[in-house]
Design a protein around this ligand. Structure first.
Ligand SMILES: Cc1cc2nc3c(=O)[nH]c(=O)nc-3n(C[C@H](O)[C@H](O)[C@H](O)COP(=O)(O)O)c2cc1C
Length: 735
């Protein structure tokens, strides 16, 4: 069973009861805070003997002095035959008021400890604590997987609002929740009698009656050398029993003192189990430190947030869960398709492949990759695999590679089709690993490995053509990935540029649509976005979205793109034809590998043509004035210096540290952007040595040219673009 399954089912089942324990725990955390304000704390170094003297002076008939976990002093005494419990001021022993163990209703504690069900409920509460511990461990594994390892744990979280709430809260409170469930288990083990804290019997010691009077407490050597901070409880010898003793309890153990001689008659060290239990109580209740109780209270309340966001995530995932139709049973199928998918989109491609092959007369069985196998009837196998994290497998297929490596090899060809995103340093790494393993083991392939970038329908169709040729069968693969929920955006401003070679260009600014919390929680409406993310726009008359890099973030309050007229381009034509007030249908696709982390390091921004758009978005948000250096390549400053006026303004404001522009179609324009990089080699090396982060956006040819130029520039430093990419300091957005 995968961690995801464990986490999901424990969360959905035990989660409801965990919410009850979380909320009641949060209420109980009020107690230590309240107690801390009720009475003054005794100075830690005050000798117990002095405290005894002050207390006995002002309270007659004292039987017991207790130092409460809050540090306050409570005294138990008899006035006549009336038992009394009072707070006393350790400074003078004066009574401050009546002491009460807790101001909270008893049932809250009972609900927390036993769900109001007595002993059976205690076992139930312990079971929930165990489930919570498991939930915490599975959460940690999933969190690390999602973020791509410890180093990226603090990275920005993407996804729907519910996912972000779940992950961000998890990052903050997971450690405390783990601790609370472990301490709850420790305490339950003792309450349920699974562990005995102390199996020893108390020593039978008596004061030796010598005829001398009692030694006053203030004169007992043990109490003179014992500081109040170490005291738990001090029991006075009974007035009516001449052989009774003093009994002192500290964190280290307990001792019995002769009332006449002051001699320590016996001492018992606290057991290890007792000490562990004491620590568990302090950590679980916060009773000895009210700020910790506040933390516990907040963390307890967060369980409700976790549960609610978890249920929403589960519901969203259910809606997207794969439903393969027309699946032939495994034993009868001649073609097998195995899928590894985290977000679910790869299942859509698998369904299309299954439909196309079934139409061609094949009997096709599609299943998840962890079920990889072949049977006597299998003639072809296809593996469609997405990559996640830092080149890892989707969670459900995390053990698939080892499983495949152990299987006996057959002569059935296994063809791998990868799904990934070039923004990630490990593009389609899991599909590559699968393909490598299969070939190394000796499985043949019908087609070499192909990797699909950003779920491209066009690339999938091209692979389909190659497949049809290899199978020598007619086969058409037309798949339009299911679109995420779209939002309607209204154009509020446009800035036109004539462009070069008859390709007019415009910067289009759309209003950020107002949408309610419920819409956002359900993952509907327009997701929050950052500069460098992509907006998918569906032009009228087409089901295939086109993607544009965003020149603004949601915090800017608008959505801005830079669109160049493409020859015959349906979407660019539609966008360039928009007038202010017109609307489009759009959705956000995150581009996590390209987004800019918060940094004070130098940032090198290299862009050509409309590729300057995301870079402009980074500069616009550079409120911290990090040293950003822009290299912009155009053709003619009079026709395609996009965002020119804003860039100049930001230079003046310090949002941009330096600007280098080159224009390839004007005399003395400086050539291409890579020429500018070569000329500026010395500066570039300086910034890279300071830890610069590099972002490149433009055409594939331009990105290639930039990488070659930078490789040459960085050679003296024994660095390269590949090395910077490996350290996640270099990312490209290529179109
Ligand atoms: C959090 C996250 C991490 C990703 N990591 C990688 C990666 O390391 N390499 C890669 O090529 N693609 C990566 N991708 C892109 C996905 O593999 C790609 O979008 C794929 O088509 C998703 O398929 P699925 O919806 O079936 O899971 C990542 C996507 C996300 C959301």
């Amino acid at each position: 069973m995968s961690w995801k399954v464990i986490h999901r089912w424990l969360g959905l089942t035990v989660g409801t009861l965990a919410v009850v324990l979380g909320i009641t725990g949060s209420v109980l955390a009020i107690d230590p805070v309240q107690q801390a304000w009720q009475a003054p704390v005794a100075p830690g170094d005050l000798p117990v003997a002095m405290l005894v003297e002050r207390v006995t002076r002002s309270v007659p008939g004292v039987e017991e002095i207790r130092r409460l976990p809050s540090g306050a002093i409570a005294v138990f005494s008899f006035a006549g035959d009336q038992p009394q419990a009072s707070y006393v001021d350790p400074a003078d022993g004066k009574v401050l008021g009546a002491w009460q163990p807790s101001a909270l209703p008893r049932w809250v504690k009972n609900l927390h400890r036993s769900l109001l069900l007595g002993d059976a409920g205690r076992w139930g509460a312990a079971g929930i604590a165990l489930a919570m511990a498991l939930l915490c461990v599975s959460a940690l594994v999933l969190l690390l997987r999602r973020m791509g390892g410890w180093q990226r744990l603090a990275a920005r979280v993407r996804g729907s609002l519910a996912q972000r709430i779940h992950v961000v809260t998890g990052r903050v409170v997971l450690a405390v929740l783990c601790l609370t469930s472990l301490t709850a288990l420790t305490m339950s083990a003792s309450t349920l009698g699974l562990v005995a804290l102390d199996t020893r019997t108390e020593p039978e010691v008596l004061s030796v009656v010598t005829g001398k009077p009692d030694l006053p407490g203030a004169q007992l050597a043990t109490l003179q050398s014992l500081a109040v901070q170490d005291l738990r409880k001090l029991n006075f010898p009974g007035a009516t029993d001449p052989e009774d003793t003093w009994k002192v309890a500290t964190a280290q153990g307990q001792g019995w003192i002769d009332r006449y001689s002051g001699q320590m008659l016996a001492w018992q060290d606290a057991t290890l189990a007792q000490r562990v239990y004491d620590w568990a109580v302090v950590l679980h209740t916060g009773e000895a430190a009210w700020p910790w109780a506040v933390v516990l209270g907040l963390v307890g309340a967060s369980v409700l947030l976790f549960w609610l966001s978890g249920v929403v995530i589960w519901w969203q995932a259910r809606r997207l869960a794969p439903h393969i139709t027309g699946n032939t049973p495994l034993a009868q199928a001649d073609v097998l398709i195995f899928v590894a998918s985290e977000g679910g989109s790869t299942w859509g491609f698998a369904q299309k492949l299954q439909d196309a092959l079934s139409q061609g007369g094949h009997r096709v069985h599609t299943s998840a990759l962890e079920n990889f196998q072949t049977t006597a009837t299998t003639r072809q196998v296809f593996v469609l695999a997405a990559t996640y994290g830092e080149g890892q497998a989707p969670a459900h297929a995390s053990h698939a590679l080892e499983h495949i490596a152990k299987l006996n090899v057959s002569a059935v060809p296994v063809t791998v089709l990868g799904f990934g995103d070039r923004q990630f340093p490990a593009f389609c790494a899991f599909a590559e690993a699968l393909d490598r393993t299969l070939r190394a083991r000796g499985w043949p392939a019908l087609l070499p490995l192909e990797c699909i970038h950003q779920q491209s329908g066009q690339q999938f169709a091209r692979w389909g053509i190659a497949l049809a040729q290899a199978l020598n069968e007619p086969l058409v693969l037309e798949h339009v990935p299911r679109l995420p929920p779209t939002a309607v955006l209204t154009l509020i401003a446009r800035q036109d540029y004539p462009g070069v070679t008859g390709q007019p260009t415009a910067i289009l600014r759309f209003a950020w649509p107002s949408q309610g919390l419920v819409t956002r929680l359900r993952g509907h409406g327009l997701a929050r976005f950052a500069a460098g993310d992509l907006v998918g726009i569906v032009p009228p008359g087409s089901a295939v979205p086109r993607y544009y890099s965003l020149a603004s973030g949601w915090e800017d309050g608008f959505l801005e793109i830079c669109v160049r007229q493409m020859p015959g381009g349906l979407c660019s034509m539609h966008l360039l034809g928009l007038q202010v007030g017109d609307s489009i249908t759009a959705f956000i696709r995150t581009n996590p590998g390209f987004s800019l982390p918060r940094t004070r390091r130098p940032v090198l921004l290299i862009g050509a043509g409309t590729g300057v758009a995301p870079l402009v978005g980074f500069i616009r948000r550079n409120d911290r004035r990090s040293p950003m250096h822009l290299y912009f390549g155009g053709r003619d400053p009079a026709r395609d210096f996009f965002f020119g006026a804003e860039i100049q303004r930001w230079l003046g404001e310090g949002r941009l540290a330096t600007l280098q522009t080159v224009f390839s179609r004007v005399p003395d324009g400086g050539g291409y952007v890579q020429d500018a990089l070569r000329r500026d080699a010395e500066h570039l090396r300086g910034w890279v040595v300071q830890g610069a982060i590099v972002r490149v956006c433009g055409s594939r040819a331009m990105a290639q040219g930039v990488a070659e130029a930078l490789d040459a520039v960085l050679e003296p430093l024994q660095l390269s673009v590949a090395a910077l990419k490996a350290k996640e300091r270099y990312a490209e957005d290529i179109f």
